[in-house]
Structure formats: structure tokens, C-alpha cells
Write a protein that binds this ligand. Structure first.
Ligand SMILES: *Cc1c(COP(=O)(O)O)cnc(C)c1O
Length: 352
């Protein structure tokens, strides 16, 4: 396996030194040792702080996509109406996932290089379509867009939409997330982006309303939320949780509080500004149509003139630098610089 001096891949990110160290411990059985449940509960409290929520938080063993599926399958039944608000590949993809469950899905797809600007269209669609769930993505990693969730949160409340589902996998732990203020029922995060933990756990906040719908739906499966409802009091998990994963996640939330959440947020904002400045200096065009849409965790830019992605990627790798390519309609046109978690040391880097 090759490791690079400057990994700027937009997830999985390089793992923090002390998080790696946690992985050297030979943990006992999470099913029988009471310390595990204490650790799980402490980790839940940390994540509640990071998500700014009083709602319950469930932590699962698995990569980020697990919570994306879990939140949908646990709350939705065939025929349920879902409004997917999209500004990118994940936003549209979540709508497709809901369709595969048999839901009636309406997707409002905005151009991938900006945020959701047409509030009137969103409001009109909510009023007419009356969805059971609105889905949105906080940071659209492939297009490097950070969406302001304020308006969707307001509309969800105003129109009494039962569920607001937000994929915050690529922003959690680096950007302010206000799950309660924005009336988010299911706020989803993963370990492998700004938290700089291996891709081994994921989590989501679950509001009281969401729990009552989850009980009604009664979905059963490896990815089901329902069996997690009482784990904090009973200690009975639906399958053996991976203790080392939770220990690594907890180390990373502790790292954030030791640095100070405000400092972490500023570090990402400064890095993003610096990256955008360097792109400009190198004559590389930013993908978002305006800097104001750019996420503090990832910058998307057009592949420099005269290069294919393969050529540019090869040239950068020879310098020990790894960026991310892209998928779908952005493949071969737009590349991504992942500057989240441990990966904000961009100062000395040269883009050419
Ligand atoms: C990374 C990410 C996920 C998890 O998906 P993987 O690509 O499989 O890691 C989900 N949503 C967003 C917005 C992400 O950036």
C-alpha cells in the first residue's frame, strides 16, 4: 500500500495519530463489559454537542452509507412521499435510494455549482406535494458546496413536514451544524471525513418524532434503527458493537473539544480561503459559481487547462499530493481537494 506525504483526498481522510494509537488496544467484548456502555454514552453526549441537538444519537458500526440507508429504511414505507432537495450527486442519489424503497419521490435538482436559491419553488412544492420527509445534503462533497439549511428548517416547521433528513457526513466536526435550530429529525454523520477516523462508524441524531415514526414503521434489518431505541438504558445492542471503533470516534470528538470547536471551525475556514487563493494564483477555476457556496471542508475546481484528470493526478502524486477525482457528470471535469480534519495543513503546498 502506498501512503502519500500530502493526502488531500476528500475522505476517508488520514487518521489522527492518537486515534490510530487507540486501534492498538485489544478491547474486550462490548456485549459483557460495562465500560463499553459508558463509553458509548459519552460518545453520544459528544456527538450531541457537535450536532447541537438534544435529540438522541445512535452510533452504528459501518461506513457513512449505512446511516443514509438506515434513516430512509427505518422511517419510510412504500408509497410515502419524499421531497429530495439536491445540489449535487448525493442529494439526487438520496432521492434514488428512497425510490428503491418504493416511495413516491419528487426531486428538486438545482445546478451543482450553487446552493438551493429558489426558495419559492421549494415552498410551493412542499405545500402542494405534502411530503412525509424532506431530504437534503449539508456539504455536497463532489461539487464542494455547503448548503445553508436555515430555509429548509423553517419550511419543514411551517408546513409541518414530519421528517427532515440531512446528510452532514462531510461537514460534521468541521462546520457549525444546528440540528435542533434547523428542525432536523435525522442528522447523519460519518467517522471518515472531518473526524479523521477510519471508515468504521457512522451516527445520526433521531428526534422524538422520528422515533415515533420508526416504531410505527417497524422496519427490521441489519441497518434498522429501531433496535437502537433503548440501548443506552438496556445495553442490549442488536449485534456486537465494535468497541475499538467507538473508542476511536470518542478520541476524535475529544480531540475537537481539546482544540476547541470554534478553533476547529476557524481552521477549516482559513484553510478553505487559502486553497481558493492558491487556485486563483495558479489560474485554476473554482467549480462553485461563487466562493460563497464553497464548503470549508472540500474545494472543487476545474481540472487545469491542458490536462486530463489522469495526467494532473499523476503529476500531483509524483509530488506526494493526492486529490480526489469525481463521478457522474463531474467526472473528468472537476477535481476535489479534501481539506477536512487532519488535512488542513495546506500552507506549503503548490498546486502545480
Ligand atoms: C462521504 C460521504 C458519504 C458516505 O459515502 P462514501 O462515499 O461511501 O464514503 C455520504 N454523504 C456525503 C455527502 C459524503 O461526502
Amino acid at each position: 500500500m502506498k501512503t502519500y506525504r500530502y493526502p488531500f483526498f476528500p475522505g476517508p481522510t488520514s487518521v489522527s495519530e492518537n486515534v490510530l494509537h487507540v486501534g492498538l488496544t485489544n478491547f474486550g467484548s462490548a456485549d459483557v463489559e460495562p465500560e463499553f456502555l459508558d463509553l458509548y454514552k459519552k460518545c453520544v453526549i459528544d456527538l450531541q454537542k457537535i450536532l447541537n441537538t438534544k435529540s438522541d444519537v445512535v452510533i452504528m458500526t459501518g461506513e457513512g452509507m449505512l446511516v443514509l440507508w438506515s434513516g430512509l429504511k427505518s422511517c419510510l414505507e412504500p408509497g410515502d412521499k419524499v421531497l429530495a432537495i439536491s445540489t449535487g450527486i448525493f442529494g439526487t442519489g438520496i432521492g434514488e435510494m428512497a425510490k428503491s424503497i418504493g416511495c413516491e419521490v419528487k426531486t428538486i435538482e438545482f445546478p451543482y455549482d450553487c446552493s438551493f436559491e429558489d426558495h419559492f419553488l421549494i415552498e410551493k412544492t412542499i405545500a402542494e406535494f405534502k411530503p412525509k420527509m424532506i431530504t437534503a445534503v449539508h456539504c455536497e462533497t463532489p461539487s464542494g458546496i455547503l448548503n445553508d439549511l436555515t430555509i429548509l428548517g423553517k419550511l419543514k416547521k411551517m408546513y409541518k413536514v414530519p421528517l427532515f433528513y440531512v446528510d452532514a457526513v462531510a461537514s460534521v466536526g468541521a462546520v457549525h451544524i444546528n440540528a435542533d435550530k434547523h428542525n432536523i429529525d435525522l442528522c447523519l454523520g460519518g467517522s471518515q471525513k472531518a473526524l479523521s477516523v477510519p471508515a468504521n462508524s457512522c451516527f445520526m441524531s433521531v428526534s422524538d418524532k422520528a422515533w415515533s415514526i420508526i416504531e410505527e414503521v417497524g422496519y427490521q434489518g441489519y441497518d434498522a434503527l429501531l433496535p437502537f431505541k433503548d440501548v443506552k438504558t438496556t445495553g442490549f445492542f442488536p449485534y456486537t458493537p465494535s468497541w475499538v471503533n467507538i473508542a476511536q470516534l470518542y478520541q476524535s470528538t475529544q480531540n475537537i473539544f481539546v482544540e476547541g470547536f470554534e478553533n476547529v471551525v476557524k481552521r477549516h475556514e482559513n484553510c478553505s480561503k487559502n486553497v481558493i487563493k492558491k487556485l486563483k494564483e495558479a489560474g485554476i477555476k473554482l467549480f462553485p459559481r461563487d466562493e460563497k457556496y464553497s464548503s470549508p471542508t472540500v474545494t472543487a475546481a476545474y481540472i487545469p487547462d491542458g490536462f486530463t484528470w489522469e495526467e494532473y493526478d499523476k503529476m500531483m502524486r509524483e509530488k506526494g499530493i493526492v486529490f480526489g477525482g469525481n463521478y457522474g457528470e463531474l467526472e473528468g471535469k472537476v477535481f476535489r481537494i479534501g481539506h477536512m480534519g487532519t488535512q488542513t495543513n495546506f500552507e506549503e503546498l503548490c498546486l502545480f
